[in-house]
Design a protein around this ligand. Structure first.
Ligand code: ADP
Ligand code: ASP
Ligand code: MG
Length: 418
């Protein structure tokens, strides 16, 4: 007997039939004797619709009211799942973020969880075997008493945080794929499912574009050492042995992973990038600060930075990337600081993408990135910028070549399925 958190994403609760299917998964675990807390997302497409409604109502809307609106999708699915479970004779009740409470910062639309009081949920496990059905993605700021949301994909984070709060043995993330693959299986059909992946590698995959888990959920799993298991909600509940090992991917500490022969664990990509190049900036001390200071003040995250060494010692070019959603603000910020920076021209591109190769095995292997540059050049894919770190490297390329680049690198590093 153990304690489980089961999280179901949008496609898994997309309609009443799917919610019934989820309820059968929950029943399976309850019947096996486990205490169960379920975390649900909004129905597929619902959050996008709510976000769009806020934009239609006013492009410059109040972030607190945005959260009041977009948090509502999860309220519906948590209530519906509790209703279906009760109909199956299972003790269950729904919980909104503010009822538990899930306390968060006041950074509306991207709030961070500060604290969760799991006492009442645990008491109800003990007293009445009651299943807690928790609305994902949302919390409350204790100072302002306002509803907050955790950023897109935030139900993953709710689930892992709840698992920490109730001291669960495992957090199961049920989604529309049966695990974490070497890259997005919808883009590369030859992608392989990983049996296990280290938190460190998963953190990089998630932050570099693999949206199967929200980055913050991986961080929390790592900090609290909670085994996170990614699996499919489309497997028939009746076919699964609650005591066996179903198909899926366990995210766990590096020590628990048998050393794999692959240096590269996976490949991620992101099309949400924009490139800005400043031509003929003066090559003098303080110029980088003049560019990146105002961007930081405007809360714009700069990712890749490439600066050339000037030939004449006077002027040089500098290229950097920002999230596509911040592109307009970044341009405005730089233009406003033009006289301080001193540049001749600003060029930009939004049809770019970042392809990243990840593997903690890179720490002990040289020449991993060099192979990629050669393979991409053989495909005539031009690299606009490069960044590297200990366990990953990223290249910025034309968006049109994303799939080709990902497939090329996937094959190059021996990740294709046999
Ligand atoms: P949910 O609604 O269940 O939270 P998401 O759509 O957020 O599901 O995440 C699952 C999706 O993540 C998959 O459908 C898949 O297309 C995508 N994905 C991207 N990279 C990977 C990867 N490396 N492994 C598995 N899925 C991935
Ligand atoms: N419903 C929210 C979203 O679409 C949270 C989640 O699904 O994880 O971003
Ligand atoms: Mg998700």
């Amino acid at each position: 007997m153990g304690r489980l958190v089961m999280k179901f994403g949008g496609t898994s609760v997309a309609n009443i039939d799917r919610i019934r299917n989820v309820a059968r998964h929950v029943k399976r675990e309850v019947d096996a004797g486990h205490d169960v807390a379920v975390v649900v997302s909004a129905m597929a497409g619902k959050t996008n619709e709510l976000v769009d409604w806020c934009g239609d109502a006013s492009p410059m809307h109040d972030a607190r009211e945005y959260d009041a609106v977009v948090a509502s999708g999860e309220q519906v699915t948590s209530g519906l799942l509790a209703i279906v479970l009760q109909g199956m004779g299972i003790q269950a009740r729904s919980w909104q973020g503010w009822q538990i409470p899930i306390k968060t910062s006041d950074a509306h639309a991207s709030a961070r969880i500060l604290d969760i009081d799991g006492t009442e949920i645990v008491n109800r496990f003990k007293d009445r075997k009651e299943v807690a059905v928790i609305a994902g993605f949302q919390g409350i700021n204790p100072q302002t008493n306002r509803i907050t949301t955790l950023g897109r994909g935030g139900s993953d984070t709710s689930a892992v945080a709840i698992a920490a709060a109730v001291r669960a043995d495992r957090c199961d993330i049920y989604t529309d794929v049966d695990g974490v693959y070497t890259t997005d299986p919808r883009v590369v059909p030859k992608a392989r499912r990983l049996d296990k992946i280290a938190f460190e590698d998963m953190l990089e995959l998630a932050s570099l574009g693999a949206k199967v888990l929200q980055v913050r959920s991986v961080e929390l799993g790592m900090v609290h050492n909670i085994p996170v298991f990614v699996r499919s909600s489309f497997d028939k509940p009746e076919d699964i042995d609650s005591h066996g090992t179903p198909p899926g991917t366990l995210i766990c500490s590096e020590e628990e992973i048998m050393m794999e022969s692959h240096v590269v664990t996976g490949i991620a990509f992101s099309k949400d990038e924009a490139q800005i190049s400043l031509r003929q900036i003066e090559d003098k001390p303080g110029v980088a600060a003049a560019i990146f200071g105002p961007l930081a003040d405007a809360n714009i995250n700069v990712d890749m930075i490439v600066q050339n060494v000037s030939e004449d010692g006077k002027t040089t070019d500098l290229t950097f990337t920002v999230p596509a959603s911040d592109y307009n603000r970044a341009r405005e910020t730089i233009t406003a600081a033009k006289s301080k920076i001193g540049y001749a021209r600003l060029d930009s591109a939004t049809d770019v993408s970042k392809v990243s190769v990840i593997g903690s095995g890179m720490r002990s292997h040289a020449g991993v990135a060099a192979k990629a540059f050669k393979a991409l050049s053989e495909r005539n894919i031009n690299i606009r910028a490069i960044t590297t770190s200990e366990i990953k490297f990223s290249v910025l390329i034309d968006a049109a070549y994303t799939e080709l680049a990902v497939r090329t690198l996937h094959t190059l590093y021996g990740l294709d399925q046999a």
